[in-house]
Design a protein around this ligand. Structure first.
Ligand code: FMN
Length: 231
Protein backbone atom coordinates (compact mmCIF):
# COMPACT_ATOMS: atom_id res chain seq x y z
CA UNK A 1 0.00 0.00 0.00
CA UNK A 2 1.28 3.47 -0.88
CA UNK A 3 1.63 5.16 2.51
CA UNK A 4 1.85 8.57 0.89
CA UNK A 5 -1.54 8.09 -0.79
CA UNK A 6 -3.12 6.88 2.45
CA UNK A 7 -1.67 9.88 4.27
CA UNK A 8 -3.05 12.21 1.62
CA UNK A 9 -6.50 10.66 1.80
CA UNK A 10 -6.49 11.04 5.55
CA UNK A 11 -5.25 14.59 5.31
CA UNK A 12 -8.06 15.48 2.92
CA UNK A 13 -10.65 13.86 5.21
CA UNK A 14 -9.31 15.97 8.05
CA UNK A 15 -9.45 19.11 5.97
CA UNK A 16 -13.06 18.42 4.96
CA UNK A 17 -14.14 18.78 8.59
CA UNK A 18 -15.26 22.12 9.90
CA UNK A 19 -13.55 23.55 12.98
CA UNK A 20 -15.24 26.17 15.17
CA UNK A 21 -18.62 25.35 13.69
CA UNK A 22 -20.49 26.28 16.88
CA UNK A 23 -22.76 29.26 17.40
CA UNK A 24 -20.52 32.23 18.04
CA UNK A 25 -21.46 34.10 21.20
CA UNK A 26 -21.41 37.84 21.73
CA UNK A 27 -18.44 38.66 23.97
CA UNK A 28 -18.50 42.23 25.20
CA UNK A 29 -15.17 42.61 26.98
CA UNK A 30 -16.17 46.05 28.36
CA UNK A 31 -18.87 44.61 30.59
CA UNK A 32 -17.15 41.52 32.01
CA UNK A 33 -17.03 40.82 35.78
CA UNK A 34 -13.98 41.81 37.85
CA UNK A 35 -12.88 38.21 38.45
CA UNK A 36 -12.32 35.30 36.08
CA UNK A 37 -14.28 33.13 38.52
CA UNK A 38 -17.46 35.09 37.84
CA UNK A 39 -16.92 35.09 34.07
CA UNK A 40 -16.16 31.36 34.11
CA UNK A 41 -19.45 30.71 35.86
CA UNK A 42 -21.33 32.90 33.36
CA UNK A 43 -19.75 31.15 30.40
CA UNK A 44 -20.24 27.72 31.96
CA UNK A 45 -23.96 28.29 32.58
CA UNK A 46 -24.40 29.60 29.04
CA UNK A 47 -22.53 26.55 27.68
CA UNK A 48 -24.84 24.18 29.55
CA UNK A 49 -27.82 26.17 28.28
CA UNK A 50 -26.48 25.94 24.71
CA UNK A 51 -26.17 22.17 25.02
CA UNK A 52 -22.37 21.87 25.17
CA UNK A 53 -21.64 18.23 25.79
CA UNK A 54 -19.81 17.52 29.08
CA UNK A 55 -18.50 21.07 29.62
CA UNK A 56 -17.07 19.97 32.97
CA UNK A 57 -14.40 17.88 31.24
CA UNK A 58 -11.10 19.63 30.58
CA UNK A 59 -7.52 18.88 29.73
CA UNK A 60 -5.18 19.02 32.70
CA UNK A 61 -1.55 19.55 31.73
CA UNK A 62 1.30 18.87 34.10
CA UNK A 63 5.06 18.48 33.82
CA UNK A 64 7.47 15.75 34.88
CA UNK A 65 10.33 16.49 37.22
CA UNK A 66 12.54 16.68 34.11
CA UNK A 67 10.22 19.24 32.48
CA UNK A 68 8.59 16.98 29.93
CA UNK A 69 4.87 17.79 29.51
CA UNK A 70 1.93 15.44 30.04
CA UNK A 71 -1.81 15.96 29.65
CA UNK A 72 -5.10 14.12 30.10
CA UNK A 73 -8.84 14.71 30.52
CA UNK A 74 -10.21 15.20 34.03
CA UNK A 75 -13.52 16.35 35.46
CA UNK A 76 -13.96 19.75 37.07
CA UNK A 77 -15.59 19.15 40.46
CA UNK A 78 -15.94 22.65 41.84
CA UNK A 79 -14.79 26.25 41.45
CA UNK A 80 -14.47 28.67 44.35
CA UNK A 81 -11.98 31.13 45.84
CA UNK A 82 -9.48 28.26 46.30
CA UNK A 83 -9.58 27.63 42.58
CA UNK A 84 -10.70 25.01 40.09
CA UNK A 85 -11.04 21.60 41.78
CA UNK A 86 -10.41 18.12 40.46
CA UNK A 87 -9.70 14.70 41.93
CA UNK A 88 -6.86 12.30 41.24
CA UNK A 89 -4.89 9.46 42.75
CA UNK A 90 -1.64 10.75 44.27
CA UNK A 91 0.20 7.62 43.09
CA UNK A 92 -0.82 8.09 39.43
CA UNK A 93 1.63 9.74 37.04
CA UNK A 94 -0.29 13.04 37.28
CA UNK A 95 -0.38 12.76 41.09
CA UNK A 96 3.36 12.21 41.26
CA UNK A 97 3.99 15.02 38.79
CA UNK A 98 1.89 17.38 40.92
CA UNK A 99 3.80 16.39 44.06
CA UNK A 100 7.10 17.09 42.34
CA UNK A 101 5.96 20.23 40.52
CA UNK A 102 2.71 21.58 41.97
CA UNK A 103 1.64 23.62 38.97
CA UNK A 104 -0.59 22.91 36.01
CA UNK A 105 -2.65 24.25 33.14
CA UNK A 106 -6.31 23.55 32.38
CA UNK A 107 -7.93 23.86 28.97
CA UNK A 108 -11.65 23.81 28.30
CA UNK A 109 -12.95 23.69 24.73
CA UNK A 110 -16.68 23.99 24.18
CA UNK A 111 -17.49 23.29 20.50
CA UNK A 112 -21.17 24.31 20.57
CA UNK A 113 -20.33 27.82 21.77
CA UNK A 114 -16.95 28.02 19.98
CA UNK A 115 -15.18 28.96 23.20
CA UNK A 116 -11.93 28.06 24.88
CA UNK A 117 -10.82 28.83 28.43
CA UNK A 118 -7.23 28.41 29.56
CA UNK A 119 -5.89 28.58 33.11
CA UNK A 120 -2.38 28.38 34.55
CA UNK A 121 -1.44 28.26 38.19
CA UNK A 122 -0.23 26.50 41.30
CA UNK A 123 -1.92 23.32 42.44
CA UNK A 124 -2.41 22.22 46.01
CA UNK A 125 -3.99 19.25 47.67
CA UNK A 126 -7.12 20.15 49.63
CA UNK A 127 -7.79 19.11 53.23
CA UNK A 128 -8.07 15.46 54.27
CA UNK A 129 -11.76 16.12 54.97
CA UNK A 130 -12.31 17.33 51.39
CA UNK A 131 -10.50 14.27 49.97
CA UNK A 132 -12.53 11.97 52.19
CA UNK A 133 -15.84 13.66 51.33
CA UNK A 134 -15.17 13.27 47.60
CA UNK A 135 -14.09 9.63 47.96
CA UNK A 136 -17.03 8.67 50.17
CA UNK A 137 -19.47 10.38 47.81
CA UNK A 138 -18.52 8.01 44.99
CA UNK A 139 -20.33 4.77 44.13
CA UNK A 140 -18.85 1.52 45.51
CA UNK A 141 -17.42 0.44 42.15
CA UNK A 142 -15.62 3.74 41.74
CA UNK A 143 -14.17 3.52 45.27
CA UNK A 144 -13.06 -0.05 44.58
CA UNK A 145 -11.37 1.03 41.39
CA UNK A 146 -9.54 3.84 43.19
CA UNK A 147 -8.44 1.44 45.93
CA UNK A 148 -6.75 -0.79 43.37
CA UNK A 149 -4.39 2.07 42.59
CA UNK A 150 -1.77 1.13 39.99
CA UNK A 151 -3.21 3.71 37.57
CA UNK A 152 -1.33 3.83 34.27
CA UNK A 153 0.86 0.82 35.16
CA UNK A 154 1.06 -1.92 32.52
CA UNK A 155 -1.89 -4.34 32.80
CA UNK A 156 -0.95 -7.88 31.83
CA UNK A 157 -4.47 -9.14 31.25
CA UNK A 158 -8.11 -8.11 31.66
CA UNK A 159 -8.41 -11.01 34.10
CA UNK A 160 -5.97 -9.28 36.44
CA UNK A 161 -8.22 -6.21 36.43
CA UNK A 162 -11.39 -8.25 36.99
CA UNK A 163 -9.74 -10.05 39.89
CA UNK A 164 -8.43 -6.83 41.51
CA UNK A 165 -11.81 -5.12 41.14
CA UNK A 166 -13.61 -8.10 42.66
CA UNK A 167 -11.17 -8.10 45.60
CA UNK A 168 -11.52 -4.37 46.30
CA UNK A 169 -15.29 -4.43 45.85
CA UNK A 170 -15.47 -7.09 48.56
CA UNK A 171 -13.39 -4.87 50.88
CA UNK A 172 -15.55 -1.80 50.18
CA UNK A 173 -18.75 -3.75 50.84
CA UNK A 174 -17.37 -5.22 54.07
CA UNK A 175 -15.91 -1.90 55.28
CA UNK A 176 -18.02 1.00 53.97
CA UNK A 177 -15.78 3.50 55.81
CA UNK A 178 -12.63 2.35 54.00
CA UNK A 179 -10.71 5.35 52.65
CA UNK A 180 -7.95 5.35 50.07
CA UNK A 181 -4.83 6.97 51.55
CA UNK A 182 -3.91 8.18 48.06
CA UNK A 183 -7.11 9.80 46.87
CA UNK A 184 -6.67 13.54 46.51
CA UNK A 185 -8.82 16.56 45.85
CA UNK A 186 -6.73 19.30 44.30
CA UNK A 187 -7.32 22.94 43.45
CA UNK A 188 -5.56 24.90 40.75
CA UNK A 189 -5.31 28.54 41.89
CA UNK A 190 -4.83 30.45 38.66
CA UNK A 191 -2.45 33.33 38.18
CA UNK A 192 -3.88 33.80 34.73
CA UNK A 193 -7.09 32.87 32.97
CA UNK A 194 -7.83 33.47 29.31
CA UNK A 195 -11.27 33.51 27.69
CA UNK A 196 -11.29 32.91 23.94
CA UNK A 197 -14.32 33.43 21.76
CA UNK A 198 -14.55 32.53 18.11
CA UNK A 199 -16.07 34.98 15.67
CA UNK A 200 -17.80 34.52 12.32
CA UNK A 201 -15.30 36.85 10.64
CA UNK A 202 -12.31 35.22 12.34
CA UNK A 203 -11.81 38.24 14.59
CA UNK A 204 -11.35 36.06 17.63
CA UNK A 205 -11.76 37.83 20.94
CA UNK A 206 -9.26 36.97 23.64
CA UNK A 207 -9.43 38.38 27.15
CA UNK A 208 -6.78 37.54 29.74
CA UNK A 209 -7.10 38.08 33.49
CA UNK A 210 -3.78 38.27 35.37
CA UNK A 211 -3.76 38.09 39.14
CA UNK A 212 -2.12 41.02 40.93
CA UNK A 213 -1.54 41.52 44.64
CA UNK A 214 0.93 40.00 47.02
CA UNK A 215 -1.39 38.65 49.72
CA UNK A 216 -2.70 35.15 50.23
CA UNK A 217 -3.96 33.62 47.01
CA UNK A 218 -7.51 33.68 48.22
CA UNK A 219 -7.23 36.91 50.24
CA UNK A 220 -9.24 40.04 49.74
CA UNK A 221 -6.19 41.97 48.48
CA UNK A 222 -6.08 39.91 45.29
CA UNK A 223 -7.33 41.67 42.21
CA UNK A 224 -7.23 40.98 38.51
CA UNK A 225 -5.86 43.00 35.59
CA UNK A 226 -7.52 42.45 32.24
CA UNK A 227 -5.97 42.70 28.78
CA UNK A 228 -7.11 41.92 25.29
CA UNK A 229 -4.77 39.67 23.30
CA UNK A 230 -4.03 39.57 19.61
CA UNK A 231 -5.73 36.54 18.17
C1 FMN B 1 -13.93 12.30 30.07
C2 FMN B 1 -12.85 11.80 31.00
C3 FMN B 1 -12.85 12.22 32.32
C4 FMN B 1 -11.85 11.79 33.19
N1 FMN B 1 -11.83 12.26 34.48
C5 FMN B 1 -10.84 11.91 35.31
C6 FMN B 1 -10.74 12.49 36.62
O1 FMN B 1 -11.54 13.33 37.03
N2 FMN B 1 -9.70 12.10 37.40
C7 FMN B 1 -8.77 11.18 36.97
O2 FMN B 1 -7.85 10.86 37.75
N3 FMN B 1 -8.82 10.64 35.74
C8 FMN B 1 -9.82 10.98 34.90
N4 FMN B 1 -9.89 10.45 33.63
C9 FMN B 1 -8.83 9.50 33.20
C10 FMN B 1 -7.59 10.31 32.80
O3 FMN B 1 -7.80 10.96 31.57
C11 FMN B 1 -6.32 9.45 32.72
O4 FMN B 1 -6.52 8.41 31.79
C12 FMN B 1 -5.93 8.81 34.06
O5 FMN B 1 -6.23 9.67 35.14
C13 FMN B 1 -4.43 8.48 34.09
O6 FMN B 1 -3.70 9.68 33.89
P1 FMN B 1 -2.13 9.80 34.27
O7 FMN B 1 -1.46 8.55 33.79
O8 FMN B 1 -1.70 11.02 33.55
O9 FMN B 1 -2.06 9.96 35.78
C14 FMN B 1 -10.87 10.87 32.74
C15 FMN B 1 -10.89 10.45 31.40
C16 FMN B 1 -11.87 10.91 30.55
C17 FMN B 1 -11.84 10.44 29.12
Amino acid sequence: MDTRLVMNAFESRLKSLKTLAGAHQTFDTDTVPATPHALFEQWFDAAVEAGVSEPQVMTLSTVDADGSPDARSVVLLNMDTKGWHFAANATSPKGRQLTQRPEAAMTFYWPATAQQIRLRGKVRRLSDEACRADFMGRPERSRASILIGRQSEVLNSQDDLRHALHEQLARVTAQPELMSPHWGMYALTPHQVEFWQSDAERRFTRLRYVRVGTGAETGADVSWERSLLWP
